[in-house]
Design a protein around this ligand. Structure first.
Ligand SMILES: [Fe+2]
Length: 171
């Protein structure tokens, strides 16, 4: 039996979708780790939306707002995907902080470029992790649907990362 990070990763309902419980547990765990990453990055992006200061305040304030709105939608999709595979979606801050592959820096107030670089690094961390998760979803858990979903999430992060990178570029 695959070891779940959550005490009760799977819901009691029986699913007859061609995936045994071990495989579904693996997929649900993968999605819950990703959900924790999305939540931390969402929170960090909101923090920067609130606290950015400097000559680009107006643009960055709005840009960060657009990005956290995208992350909000994305994490909703990730949580609901865990439910579709017959698992519970994590919904507590304690689980997010414990599970996430990202790090927060409480009490720090970085400058404009540092905020952008920090968000970019987190998107890239998620993108690298997703490449491994996609491989695992397809090969280990035999779930092409989960791999496709994770690929769509990766594409969203690629786009957000590009926009952050472009803000740092000096022509
Ligand atoms: Fe706002």
């Amino acid at each position: 039996m695959a070891k779940s990070k959550n005490a009760a990763a799977l819901t009691p309902e029986k699913l007859n979708v061609g995936l045994d419980d071990d495989k579904r547990t693996g997929i649900v765990d993968t999605l819950n780790v990703l959900l924790a990453d999305e939540f931390l990055l969402y929170t960090k992006t909101r923090n920067y939306h609130w606290n950015v200061m400097g000559p680009r305040f107006h643009d960055l304030h709005l840009f960060f707002e657009k990005q956290y709105e995208q992350l909000d939608e994305l994490m909703d999709d990730v949580a609901e995907n865990a439910r579709q595979f017959g698992g519970f979606a994590s919904g507590t801050m304690a689980e997010y902080v414990e599970t996430s592959r990202l790090k927060e820096s409480p009490g720090k107030h970085p400058g404009e470029d540092e905020m952008i670089s920090d968000l970019l690094a987190d998107h890239e961390t998620i993108i690298r992790a997703l490449r491994k998760d996609i491989e695992k979803a397809g090969k280990k858990y035999d779930a092409a649907d989960a791999a496709d979903f994770l690929t769509r999430v990766l594409e969203e992060h690629n786009k957000m990362a590009w926009m952050l990178r472009a803000c740092l570029a000096r022509p």
